[in-house]
Design a protein around this ligand. Structure first.
Ligand code: FES
Length: 107
């Protein structure tokens, strides 16, 4: 089973086993992961699901879409090369472990 590892701003790591296709934002919200808000419910309209992807899983993800790119510009925390909106990320077939770091603020 694929695994998502969430690393909260304070350093706490939570490992969640998921079905293939699981959404990174929804999985966080359902598991009570601190720091991922998901205010718009996954419509790419709020940027409160901002995460940084660790190298390990980065190449296996689809590229940043146009709407995602625009919304990342309004993220509360600094945008980095590894920034993504977690609501736009699903754990696809090739991913065994996806490590996402959560910024220190979303609002
Ligand atoms: S949940 Fe709103 S942009 Fe991802």
């Amino acid at each position: 089973m694929p695994v998502i590892v969430y690393v909260e701003a304070g350093g706490q790591r939570t490992r969640v086993e998921v079905e293939a296709g699981a959404n990174v934002m929804r999985t966080a919200v359902h598991n009570g992961i601190g720091g991922i808000v998901g205010e718009c419910g996954g419509a790419a309209m709020c940027a409160t699901c901002h995460v940084y992807i660790e190298d390990e899983g980065a190449e296996t993800l689809p590229p940043v879409g146009e709407v995602e790119n625009e919304m990342l510009e309004s993220a509360a925390a600094e945008r980095l090369q590894s920034s993504r909106l977690s609501c736009q990320l699903n754990v696809t077939g090739n991913i065994e472990t996806l490590v996402v770091r959560i910024p220190d603020r979303q609002l």
